[in-house]
Design a protein around this ligand. Structure first.
Ligand SMILES: [Zn+2]
Length: 343
């Protein structure tokens, strides 16, 4: 059977192995040395073009990144997925791709088409579908284990995951997205408290360009319970049998997890499908919603405006009425539950 795992001993030739952040750094050095595609795509990131588009208390960083074309334009309908070879199954990984064993069920890989100077894909060792309810606890543990240098994100199966059939998270270099810099100001100016106790606080943020539910907590189990409760309230309100359309972005700092839950209306905006000069190949997922918007074509990078971004976000994020209704329901559900617990 193919062995994709790299040992600590081998990693030690490339750097430290004390923490998972260290190991990931060492793995990146190993892959740059042994896999030309990784060397080239990470080197190209040094000269990537960036432009900023400012909003009140938020900004978008637009990144022109040609290596992302496959992911941005990935066909994720059932038929296309069935007809392609899964690029996350271990038997299909290139010979040169190696990974770090994580817990019993995951492997930490270098993403060969990076958006960040350090960019990981953490995939399940089994070919099982993208689905967050039973794995959110793993996401929190992962963001804790990678806390020195990484945030962790999850794209729902219909919200930007290019392998919706194979469970995976991704991780990127901390302090490389606008949301990490701007969230305190967003909470202060646009945040409303949804739930609070001594350990965990939940807010909603409803801003003209971005909307999300924000959690902070130092208690992993409580956070997992509250998160799954909220996901369930959304699922019931929307009459869904499967997971609501979501993206999740999380990191651990100052002894707390911070979680951003983005509720989606659709996967791709109309500009993506346009056949004329209004076409913009922008397919938003967690990273784009966190303010780092990737355009794989230079023409789109040059053309995209503040108005385009506003329009795209208003299409792909849940509309304000629905969002506020969901927040009211969550708030009511959690306060009712609290009352019951108390008496
Ligand atoms: Zn697979």
């Amino acid at each position: 059977m193919k062995n994709i795992f790299i040992s600590d001993k081998e990693l030690n030739n490339y750097g430290e192995t004390n923490t998972f952040s260290d190991k990931a750094d060492s793995l990146l050095s190993h892959q740059k040395e042994n896999w030309g595609l990784v060397e080239k795509n990470f080197r190209n990131l040094d000269s990537v073009k960036i432009k900023n588009i400012d909003f009140d208390n938020f900004k978008f960083k637009i990144q022109f990144n040609p290596s992302r074309i496959t992911s941005t334009s990935a066909k994720v309908d059932k038929k296309s997925i069935e007809n392609r070879v899964c690029f996350l199954c271990k038997d299909n990984l290139p010979e040169t791709q190696k990974g770090i064993k994580y817990q019993d069920d995951y492997v930490i890989l270098i993403n060969p088409f990076p958006v960040f100077k350090q960019h990981l894909t953490i995939s399940h060792i089994q070919h099982i579908p993208q689905k967050i309810d039973s794995t959110f606890k793993d996401m929190l543990q992962l963001s804790f284990d990678l806390k020195d240098n990484f945030f962790v994100f999850y794209n729902g199966p219909k919200c930007g995951a290019s392998a919706p059939d194979h469970f995976h998270f991704q991780a990127g270099q901390k302090k490389s997205t606008p949301i990490e810099n701007f969230y305190n100001g967003l909470l202060l100016n646009y945040g409303e408290e949804v739930y609070t106790n001594n350990i965990t606080k939940i807010y909603s943020v409803n801003h003209s360009i971005t909307k999300f539910i924000f959690f902070k907590s130092s208690d992993k189990n409580e956070l997992v319970n509250l998160f799954n409760t909220i996901l369930n309230v959304i699922k019931i309100q929307q009459g869904l049998a499967s997971e609501p359309m979501i993206n999740i972005f999380t990191f651990f700092d100052n002894s707390q997890w911070k979680v951003f839950l983005y509720l989606r209306e659709k996967h791709r905006p109309k500009q993506y499908f346009a056949n004329d000069d209004t076409q913009l190949l922008i397919s938003p997922a967690s990273v784009d919603l966190a303010g780092l918007c990737v355009t794989p074509r230079e023409d789109d990078f040059n053309r995209v405006t503040k108005e385009d971004l506003k329009d795209i976000c208003s299409q792909v994020l849940m509309n304000t009425d629905k969002f506020e209704k969901i927040i009211r329901n969550i708030s009511k559900y959690l306060s009712d539950k609290n009352e019951k617990v108390r008496f």
